[in-house]
Design a protein around this ligand. Structure first.
Ligand code: DSN
Length: 478
């Protein structure tokens, strides 16, 4: 019954779309076909449920609702209030958080809201106090100048991009690396692991206002109690970006000192990665920061996407089911199977393995850059993304690594054996790919030559596994 409802709902929706712009309907059909027929290993992607996807396609998209529940800059927001209240309630329950702000449109937006709230809450500025207490028009140009200087000179310490941190954790080319006086911590050059002693030493010397923990390409768990100790010792605010591993926190794989929520002053996340919700962001906060976080819109964000907040509520309700804990545990178990599959075939992994949802494969031993490996794998229907490895000689564009995650294929039902086969297929492709040359005949970091027949062989073997674990099995488009 549910399958036929979903099939007929999507088939009819595509007909409605096709009547206006058939090329969009066709691209939408093709995207489903492509996702169904490829091995999706991008660590930040997943497959949301039809309930989550359908919730986004409604008239909530048409409503403006800047402000917060019960305090909007527009009339007629009673139903948006219901949606936002439910999404926040589910989020608080799911993560055991004192406060949840579900409006951010993305992870970067969530981090900007968190940065704003830390600055507003912690920067001791007589000008800021005056700005908040009085009509802002009473501030002189000189006051504003001082305020800009004070805000712009605050210190942030975050994990470097090549060690696995995110762009928004103080990477120089990103706004976070420009708006803050930033420094970065890395990982131990021998082990690739976080060295808490080194982070503490850097924090003592630099005395940041904000210590950012969390990662997008570090294949290990973090002890957030230790990070909080470091923050407390130097008087910093601990902000944890759990975008990548929120599903492992929600699914109770990361508990105790590996659960950031009780330790961080502010925890930010996206909702569409391992958490398997709609594309979007969220900030969880201790009470002390709630009022400042609430000013996120319109201070930092445009009007909330009410249709996406509704889908967040549905996804959080799904993640509160016991079945989500089973899923999250499988995500972590499958990452171990994938890592073992690589190690037994002689491939190099950053840190030598994984204990979260991702592995970082160093492809330099295959004589390839990350870009060449990513492209060759895509030719064989294996969708990954290239990624820097620590102290990467090829920089952030070409890179020397490929990042692989298990959340999406675990949703399709892949288990230990399939992930071992995935490792085998990837090693097959990379062992049969050679670095190409530039037009002038020199070594190229982008071009590559994939051996004859490899793409067909791997695609065929993938198809056997994918057919056993269909994506949206009951969904048949007419
Ligand atoms: N783009 C996300 C990722 O792939 O990790 C983070 O921004």
């Amino acid at each position: 019954m549910t399958d036929s409802l979903i099939s007929s709902a999507y088939s009819q929706a595509l007909e409605v779309i096709a009547a206006v712009e058939p090329r969009i309907a066709e691209a939408t059909r093709q995207e489903l076909a492509d996702q169904r027929s490829s091995l999706k290993l991008i660590a930040s992607e997943n497959y949301a449920s039809p309930a989550v996807l359908m919730t986004m396609g409604t008239w909530f998209s048409d409503k403006y609702a800047e402000g917060t529940v019960g305090h909007r800059f527009y009339a007629g927001c009673q139903n948006v209030d219901t949606v936002e209240t439910l999404a926040a309630e589910h989020a608080r329950e799911l993560f055991g958080a004192p406060y949840a702000y579900v409006q951010p449109h993305s992870g970067i937006d969530a981090n900007l809201v968190a940065f704003w709230s830390i600055l507003a809450n912690k920067v001791e500025s007589p000008y800021l106090a005056r700005m908040q207490a009085k009509n802002v028009n009473e501030l002189s140009e000189a006051d504003w100048e001082t305020l800009r200087h004070e805000f712009g000179n605050q210190r942030l310490l975050g994990m470097s991009l090549d060690a696995g941190g995110h762009l928004t954790h103080g990477f120089r080319p990103n706004i976070s690396g420009k708006m803050f006086h930033q420094q970065q911590y890395g990982t131990d050059p021998e082990t690739g692991l976080l060295d808490y002693g080194a982070v503490a030493a850097k924090a003592r010397e630099f005395k940041p206002l904000v210590l950012v923990a969390g990662y997008s390409a570090y294949p290990r768990r973090v002890n957030f109690a230790k990070m909080r100790e470091i923050a407390d010792e130097v008087g910093a605010v601990l902000m944890v970006d759990m975008a990548h591993f929120a599903g492992l926190v929600a699914g109770k794989v990361f508990t105790g000192e590996e659960d950031p929520v009780p330790y961080a002053h502010l925890t930010t996340t996206t909702t569409h990665k391992s958490l398997r919700g709609p594309r979007g962001g969220m900030v969880l906060a201790q009470e002390e920061f709630a009022a400042d976080v609430d000013r996120g819109c319109p201070m930092v964000l445009g009007g909330p996407l009410s249709h996406v907040m509704a889908a967040k509520a549905v996804a959080f309700a799904e993640a509160r089911q016991p079945s989500f804990q089973t899923y999250a545990q499988k995500v972590a178990d499958n990452a171990k199977s994938l890592a073992e599959g690589f190690l037994t075939r002689g491939a190099n992994l950053v840190t030598g393995g994984t204990d979260n949802h991702l592995v970082l494969l160093d492809v330099s031993s295959f004589g390839l850059t990350g870009r060449q490996a990513e492209s060759a794998l895509l030719d064989a229907g294996v969708v990954t993304n290239r990624n820097s490895v620590p102290a990467d000689p090829n920089g952030a564009w070409y890179t020397s690594g490929v990042r692989l995650g298990t959340p999406a294929l675990t949703t399709r039902g892949f288990g230990h054996e399939e992930f071992d086969t995935v490792a085998e297929l990837i090693v097959d492709v990379l062992s049969n790919t050679e670095a190409g040359t530039t037009k002038a005949g020199g070594p190229s970091k982008a071009s590559y030559v994939l051996g004859d027949g490899v793409a067909d062989r791997v695609t065929k073997q993938s198809a056997e596994m994918l057919d056993k674990h269909p994506l949206y099995p009951g969904l048949v488009l007419s």
